[in-house]
Design a protein around this ligand. Structure first.
Ligand SMILES: Nc1ncnc2c1ncn2[C@@H]1O[C@H](COP(=O)(O)OP(=O)(O)O)[C@@H](O)[C@H]1O
Ligand SMILES: [Mg+2]
Length: 248
C-alpha cells in the first residue's frame, strides 16, 4: 500500500488561531483505501490538523496536497467538492429532524455538489446495511437516539457526500464499548470502497487495531509514525507523553 500515490499529504504544515500557533511543521500522507489513526493527548493539535485539511483554518497552498495538487487554504466547499468530508467532534446533527431527514438533506447536498456525476457507492439503502439500526429508527428524531446511534447518523451523513477522504474526530468519545465496537466494525467496510480515512482517536488500543498506519502528535508536532502492527507500546507511550525520543 505504501507504494501507492498519496491522496492527501501535508508538508511542513503550520496552522493556528490568530497569534496562537497549534501546528509546527506537520508532514503526513495517506493513500486511497488506507485507514490512518492519529493519536495524541488532549490539546495536541489533532482537531486543528483536521480543520486545516478541511480549509477551516488558513494555511499556505503548498502545505496541503490532494491528488498531488496544492490545495492548502482553499475554501471548505472546494475541499468538500474534491471529496473530503469530516465527521466532526460532537456530531452536529440537525436536531428536531428524523434520521431519514438528516440523511435526505445530505443526499440533496451531495447531488448538488461537483461530485454528483461520479459513481455514488453510498445510498441510504447501503447505509442501512452498514448500520441496520438506522433503518429501524428512520422516523425517530435524532435527539432521541443514543449517542452511538447519533454517531452512526453522523458517519452515514458524511458517507452520502461520497468521500474519497473521510476525516473522523473522536468517534468513540463518550460511547459505550459495545456500540464503539459496532461503529469500528464498519470502518474496514468503508475503506474497502477505496475511501481513505483519518481517525482521530483517544483510545490508543482501538486506534492501533483499527488502522493500517498510525501517527502520534504531541504539542503540534508528529512524534511517531509507522505501520500500526509494528509499533510497540513503549514507543507509543513515549511519543504520546513526550520524552527524549527522536521523531521516528
Ligand atoms: N478555536 C480555538 N481558538 C484558540 N485556540 C484553540 C482553538 N481550538 C483549539 N485551540 C488550541 O489549539 C491547541 C490544539 O487544540 P486541538 O487541535 O483542539 O487539540 P486536540 O484535538 O488534539 O485535543 C490547544 O492548545 C488548544 O487550546
Ligand atoms: Mg480534538
Amino acid at each position: 500500500m505504501s507504494e501507492a500515490v498519496p491522496i492527501l499529504s501535508t508538508h511542513g504544515l503550520v496552522a493556528g488561531y490568530g497569534d496562537f500557533q497549534a501546528l509546527f511543521g506537520v508532514d503526513f500522507e495517506i493513500v486511497p483505501g488506507e485507514i490512518v489513526a492519529l493519536i495524541g493527548a488532549n490539546g495536541a493539535g489533532k482537531s486543528t490538523f483536521l480543520r486545516a485539511i478541511m480549509g477551516l483554518l488558513p494555511s499556505r497552498r503548498d502545505m496541503i496536497r490532494f491528488d498531488g495538487a496544492p490545495i492548502g487554504g482553499a475554501p471548505t466547499h472546494s475541499m468538500v467538492g474534491r471529496g473530503i468530508t469530516m465527521v466532526p467532534e460532537g456530531r452536529r446533527l440537525f436536531t428536531g429532524m428524523t434520521v431519514e431527514d438528516n440523511l435526505r438533506i445530505a443526499m440533496d447536498c451531495a447531488r448538488s455538489s461537483a461530485r454528483r456525476s461520479e459513481s455514488a457507492p453510498w445510498t441510504i439503502e447501503r447505509l442501512h446495511e452498514l448500520f441496520p439500526i438506522l433503518a429501524d429508527k428512520r422516523g425517530t428524531p435524532v435527539e432521541r437516539l443514543s449517542g452511538g446511534q447519533q454517531q452512526m447518523v453522523a458517519i452515514a451523513r458524511a458517507l452520502l457526500g461520497q468521500p474519497r477522504l473521510l476525516l473522523c474526530d473522536e468517534l468513540s468519545l463518550g460511547l459505550a464499548p459495545a456500540v464503539i465496537r459496532d461503529i469500528y466494525r464498519s470502518l474496514p467496510l468503508i475503506s474497502a470502497t477505496g475511501t481513505a480515512m483519518i481517525l482521530v482517536e483517544q483510545d490508543v488500543g482501538l486506534a492501533k487495531t483499527t488502522s493500517h498506519r498510525l501517527y502520534c502528535m504531541l504539542e503540534g508536532r508528529m512524534t511517531l509514525t509507522g505501520r500500526s502492527e509494528n509499533l510497540d507500546q513503549a514507543a507509543i507511550t513515549d511519543a504520546y507523553f513526550g520524552s527524549h525520543h527522536a521523531v521516528a
